[in-house]
Design a protein around this ligand. Structure first.
Ligand SMILES: Cc1cc2nc3c(=O)[nH]c(=O)nc-3n(C[C@H](O)[C@H](O)[C@H](O)COP(=O)(O)O)c2cc1C
Length: 400
């Protein structure tokens, strides 16, 4: 057993290692939600309140946690979702995540606000990769990025639609983690107190590449760049403000130009799920975005039943937020999701130990999924159904 394996029995242990290695500001950025953290807490509570209903004596000696998704076989019912700071928590962290996903044979999603050129992530990471799109002030600039992602070979485009304005992350404001970045005394002290991150990640960009990590997968027109640090200058001019005017016509436009799979991320209302299907989406992410955006928004786990009722079978349903155990994955699938996305689980692993840590996170979930399948009497993912769980209200009615 490796040192990392013996130190990390579960995802929470990886979180602990990430907390030690990262600056406080960066760790909080990865770990906390917006405003009062209510959605963040609810995401876990919703999962904890769902109870598993096992079946017994079913010969579970051969179990297969693999799935088929968009015509490809994957070894686990998991996707690595987009997480913006991957390249900030580990040097070239996006490629590490992509490699870990490739090794586990699950899809990886590259975030808009990533720091490694998308072409390099595709080339060096391998496997099945999707690109996640935020649309900034200039829609046409976003479409340049979409074309670039298509040329680079991304198989899926994930349009995140729940953030027409920036989220209100008070923890980050208090920690001085603001954009465009400014160096303040407390951030400098925080960095000095975390030398493994300061020299192993931040400093490595400076030494190996001669510059700080930039948003290299966002197209910024030349006219917006006014100095050496083009992205920072564009941001100060408001270019990187989110686009408040997006509507379903934009989705149709994307559908027309994107030949690969189109997925709409962070849908919670069943009518929006239907709209996405009507606009030709191949999949939707049912998600409240890690509790990072709209505090007190409903959780994916509470929203799923209605969404499954209206679009189940017509589009692929991916659900996320709060997944820390293999049993959580089984619960999400029993609620009707086709596949489950993870964000923090692999981000903590990455922050703790790079690609090895991300792989450790997937291995932990893999072992827990297989173990849960055994104790549930489940031999394969398609046979997971609604009868494998009981919701709190169902237990209340039956007098438990
Ligand atoms: C630190 C952090 C950054 C994220 N960045 C993005 C992003 O850039 N784009 C996006 O669509 N979702 C982003 N997400 C949301 C994830 O894709 C995913 O929905 C969420 O992390 C799932 O919840 P979990 O972290 O509890 O697994 C981010 C989440 C976290 C925690």
């Amino acid at each position: 057993m490796s040192n990392l394996e013996s130190k990390t029995l579960n995802i929470n242990d990886l979180r602990g290692l990430a907390k030690k290695r990262l600056t406080k500001a960066l760790f909080d950025f990865c770990d906390k939600g917006s405003e009062d953290q209510i959605s963040l807490r609810d995401n876990r509570r919703a999962l904890d309140k769902i109870k598993l209903m096992p079946r017994v004596l079913r010969d579970v000696s051969k179990r297969d946690p693999g799935i088929e998704l968009f015509g490809k076989n994957h070894d686990l019912p998991l996707i690595i979702g987009p997480t913006g700071p991957a390249g900030f928590v580990w040097y070239r962290g996006e490629t590490c995540l992509a490699k870990a996903a490739e090794k586990a044979n699950i899809p990886f999603t590259l975030a808009s606000t990533s720091n490694t050129d998308m072409e390099k992530v595709i080339l060096n990471g391998g496997g099945t990769q999707w690109y996640q799109l935020y649309v900034w002030q200039d829609r046409d600039a976003a479409l340049v990025t979409v074309k670039r992602a298509q040329d680079a070979g991304f198989e899926g485009l994930v349009l995140t639609v729940d953030s027409p304005v920036y989220n209100n992350r008070e923890t980050d404001i208090r920690n001085g983690l603001v954009f465009p970045p400014t160096i303040k005394l407390n951030n400098a002290i925080d960095a000095i107190l975390h030398p493994r991150w300061l020299f192993g990640t931040f400093g490595r960009y400076l030494v190996d590449e001669g510059h700080l990590p930039a948003f290299s997968n966002i197209h910024v027109p030349e006219k917006e760049k006014t100095n050496v640090s083009g992205y920072v200058s564009a941001a100060s001019k408001g270019f990187l403000n989110r686009n408040e005017t997006l509507d379903w016509d934009f989705v149709k436009r994307l559908r027309d130009m994107w030949a690969g799979k189109l997925l709409i991320k962070s849908v919670l209302h069943p009518d929006d799920a239907m709209m996405a299907v009507d606009c030709g989406a191949d999949g939707i992410f049912v998600s409240n975005h890690a509790g990072n955006v709209n505090d007190t928004a409903i959780t994916a786990w509470d929203a799923l039943p209605e969404i499954v009722k209206v679009v189940g079978g017509r589009t692929k349903i991916i659900a996320d937020t709060g997944i820390r155990r293999g049993s959580d994955v089984i619960k999400g699938l029993a609620l009707g999701a086709d596949v489950i996305a993870i964000g923090r689980a692999t981000l903590y692993g990455l922050a703790a130990a790079g690609e090895r840590g991300a792989t450790r996170a997937i291995d932990i979930l893999d072992a827990e999924i297989r173990r849960t399948m055994a104790v549930m009497g489940i031999v394969d993912i398609p046979s997971i159904g609604r009868d494998h769980i009981r919701l709190a209200r169902e237990l209340a009615v039956s007098g438990h």
